[in-house]
Design a protein around this ligand. Structure first.
Ligand code: ATP
Ligand code: MG
Length: 310
């Protein structure tokens, strides 16, 4: 595998009311082609700041204070952190696709779904109108939208959250980017939809041989989806490496703490097995599942028993 993205010593600070406060401090990582790297950390650790600085979309007051981020061939010397707005434009959407966090606010409410999917193709002057329309329907179909022709003419408010996120994914991959940046792509969705959307991103990564920079606060999800992890705490990298290595032998105390807060990674829930000969279809007997946060622990599910008959 070869590196697609090499970030070195990235530091970002926010200035508000004349005071500069660092948000990301000397972060380095590489992302290989076809690889998924999860940036994991609690709220405020700097995950979105990293993602936004790579695509030139830092909010007002945010400034890159050091570092380089090379995309693609090193000899091309394309440093994402040094690009002007105008030089970033041909890259965003074409080489880097962004899947945003909140599907409700990320689609233009007064434009049809089809218009939004075709946006990158229009900006980058890809094909004529008919070609773009055909490709839009293909993309909607690919991301699992039923009846794409009807849906393409609808407005975002006519779709569910999960469908809107599929639409945003279709828009992000329209020009087959090499790098997909997904900032908490499922945090606004309910659990069953989350899984489907993450599966879809996985499939598309394989199809396009794209790399995915996956931002999440959920270590369990990161562990399941990513090849490598970057554990972030207060803007600094606490640990970095193959997901499996970090999960089985975390080196840093902060990572250990994160792990102990993700009980599903450490021990299976306390559950008595269902006897093989039991005529009932599902029998849960005395299921208890505890979560630990810091020093305290609480039972989310306590001594639950039920059966579902065949
Ligand atoms: P979350 O999980 O809540 O999305 P995050 O890991 O994405 O958190 P960031 O949004 O990158 O964290 O924020 C990192 C730090 O930068 C925080 O201390 C935050 O308060 C600060 N910050 C973020 N955006 C701004 C802004 N627009 N102006 C000033 N400070 C900001
Ligand atoms: Mg964030």
């Amino acid at each position: 595998r070869s590196a697609l993205l090499a970030v070195e010593d990235l530091s970002v600070a926010y200035t508000s009311r004349g005071v500069q406060r660092p948000a990301v401090d000397q972060v380095s990582f590489t992302l290989d082609r076809g690889e998924t790297l999860a940036v994991v950390g609690e709220s405020g650790s700097g995950k979105s700041t990293i993602a936004q600085s790579l695509i030139g979309l830092l909010p007002a007051g945010g400034n890159v204070t050091s570092g380089t981020a090379h995309l693609g061939d090193r000899s091309a010397d394309l440093d994402l952190l040094r690009l002007s707005d105008q030089s970033m434009r041909p890259i965003r959407g074409r080489r880097i696709g962004l899947i945003p966090q909140d599907p409700s606010n990320s689609l233009n409410p007064v434009r049809t779904v089809g218009w939004s999917v075709a946006e990158a193709m229009r900006i980058h002057r890809r094909g004529d109108k008919r070609t773009r329309q055909r490709r839009t329907l293909e993309l909607l179909e690919r991301v699992g939208i039923d009846d794409p022709e009807r849906r393409a003419r609808q407005y975002p408010h006519e779709l569910s959250g999960g469908q809107r996120q599929r639409v945003l994914i279709a828009a992000a991959i329209a020009l087959e980017p090499e790098l997909i940046i997904a900032d908490e792509p499922t945090s606004a969705l309910d659990v069953t939809v989350q899984r489907v959307i993450l599966d879809l991103i996985d499939e598309l990564r394989t199809e396009l041989n794209a790399s995915v920079l996956f931002v999440t606060h959920d270590l369990a999800v990161a562990a399941e989806r990513a090849d490598s992890l970057l554990v972030l705490h207060q803007g600094t990298v606490k640990e970095r490496g193959p997901a499996r290595t970090i999960l089985t032998s975390p080196q840093d105390d902060y990572t250990k703490r994160l792990l102990s807060n993700a009980p599903s990674l450490l021990s299976p829930p306390d559950r008595r097995p269902v006897p093989q000969t039991d005529p009932r279809f599902v029998a849960v007997d005395g299921l208890t599942h505890r979560y630990k946060t810091g020093k305290s622990s609480f039972a989310a599910v306590k001594d639950v028993s039920f059966t579902i008959a065949r």
